[in-house]
Design a protein around this ligand. Structure first.
Ligand code: SF4
Ligand code: SF4
Length: 472
């Protein structure tokens, strides 16, 4: 029985409710008046329910789809302006005892090279990342209580935060590790993590169990209820995601919105971010094995409708996607992207030889961070290295109330300019620096409050003179 507030996975992600939602969407998809009224209502930026969003996704009327795209762009502009937050993944270990059939780290894959970074190797990786200009990381490890226990993750976080190389610093460490206990989530909270990220992969219990035949991750309820435990432990920024292509995209699209509604109903805060990866090729993994592959045009529509349905939730896309695809979805709703990523363990210090493959997936966008920053500037975006919120205690409902009131931009915009300026001073190529400085000059005029603009201008000058780490 569907119950949005229930702590039980099968009740807040009720299978029948998803089927009924999909049937409702199919039955009403040609009701132009209804779809149009929902798009109109979405313009007030209060979001849509999973049923309403499913209907939008199902509608194929070209004119209405264009209207959806237009609305998604307007909402994106209102909450995120033209800022794009940059981050990089850092793979600590690919030891894993799970059997996820879509991931090359699965325990039975005997020809992948297993590797776990020592603290010294982490230091070297972080220095390499700092030298690229990164300030925000997403830690990734496989699940293995012997090789990657929580103590290893905690020690690694401590190491990462402690490294100050030249002007570099990692100021926000987001963590993507397996579902764990309330006690361990409390430890992560104490270690000062930013967002706790865990992808559901698929919300369909039957498919989930088939895709995760062995290991602790095979427990659907334990995995699906992980965000509840994280929130009970005091982590109030959680990042959800599905791996599109494992199940039908319609099912998982409804599932992820129901998950967001559940967290909002139970804890008063929806997910901080939603990630939208698609199944992609990797060692021992052939995408042809997954018949639910999502074509580009559907993928764009998914991004646009998520943007409309949960306007206040950041959306993340990785280097799995090509530059062309990333360009299109940036416009429709993505607010964070990775740049210059290496998806192998130790890949920032030394790029891997093919035969040593330890990567989790093939990177499609292989450009350096500087090339990605340059490209974003050309497209009219402001690449932002901002990490201010969690360092200022703006997390959970405090953060969400600012976002919902449309006030967070008063912080995001000047912070984007100041962190971009740091990047330009310390790491950019001459061409990127030239373009970036012009963008900062232009965008300074768009800092709404005069007082904030003047403080920002002063800090930009101070950054030029060598000072670092200003924030609103
Ligand atoms: Fe392990 Fe995660 Fe890969 Fe599954 S998806 S095999 S849990 S690393
Ligand atoms: Fe993100 Fe907060 Fe910085 Fe805005 S001010 S970019 S919400 S960390």
């Amino acid at each position: 029985m569907y119950d949005v507030r229930s702590p039980k996975a099968t009740e807040f992600i009720d299978h029948q409710e998803i089927l009924d939602t999909l049937a409702y969407a199919r039955e009403n998809k040609d009701n132009k008046e209804l779809v149009s009224s929902l798009i109109e209502r979405a313009k007030d930026c209060k979001g849509l329910t999973h049923r309403e969003a499913a209907l939008l996704l199902e509608c194929e009327d070209e004119e209405l789809v264009e209207k959806m795209y237009k609305t998604a762009k307007e909402i994106k502009q209102k909450f995120y302006g033209n800022r794009i937050v940059m981050f990089a993944p850092l793979y600590l270990s690919n030891y894993c005892i799970n059997g996820c059939v879509y991931c090359p780290y699965h325990a039975k894959n005997k020809h992948i090279r297993r590797k776990k970074l020592t603290q010294e190797e982490i230091r070297q990786e972080v220095i390499a990342l700092q030298d690229m200009g990164h300030k925000r990381l997403a830690l990734e490890t496989g699940e293995d209580p012997v090789n990657n226990p929580i103590e290893y993750v905690l020690e690694s976080i401590k190491t990462i935060y402690s490294i100050k190389h030249k002007n570099g610093a990692i100021r926000r460490v987001n963590v993507n590790i397996a579902a764990t206990t309330v006690e361990n989530y409390k430890k992560l909270k104490e270690a000062g993590i930013g967002t706790y990220i865990l992808f559901q992969e698929t919300y369909n219990k039957e498919s989930y169990e088939a895709l995760h035949p062995t290991g602790p991750k095979s427990d659907y309820a334990y995995h699906t209820e992980a965000m509840d435990r994280a929130m009970e432990a005091g982590i109030d920024d959680v990042g959800c995601g599905v791996l599109f292509g494992l199940e039908t995209y319609r099912y998982d699209f409804v599932g992820i919105l129901m998950h967001a509604e559940h967290l909002e109903a139970r804890f008063g805060v929806g997910p901080h971010t939603i990630s939208v990866p698609r199944v992609c090729p990797a060692d021992d993994i052939d995408t042809a094995d997954f018949s639910n592959a999502v074509p580009d045009e559907v993928f764009q529509k998914i991004v646009a409708v998520i943007r409309i349905a949960v306007p206040y939730t950041g959306m993340i896309i990785s280097t799995r996607e090509s530059a062309k695809c990333r360009e299109r979805v940036l416009d429709l709703g993505i607010s964070q992207i990775s740049g210059g990523s290496r998806t192998s363990v130790g890949g920032y210090v030394e790029e891997e030889k093919i035969e040593e493959n330890s990567a989790q997936f093939d990177v499609s966008d292989r450009r350096t961070l500087d090339q990605v920053v340059n490209w974003l500037l050309d497209l009219g975006y402001i690449p932002s290295f901002c990490t201010a919120c969690y360092r200022e205690g703006r997390t959970g409902d405090r953060f969400m109330s600012l976002v919902k009131a449309g006030q967070i931009a008063n912080c995001c915009h000047p912070n984007a300019l100041m962190t971009l300026k740091e990047y330009l001073e310390d790491y950019a190529s001459p061409d990127t620096k030239k373009k970036g400085l012009a963008v900062i000059e232009r965008e300074l005029m768009n800092v709404e409050r005069e007082k904030t603009r003047e403080i920002c201008r002063k800090h930009l000058k101070e950054i030029e003179e060598g000072q670092r780490d200003f924030r609103f």
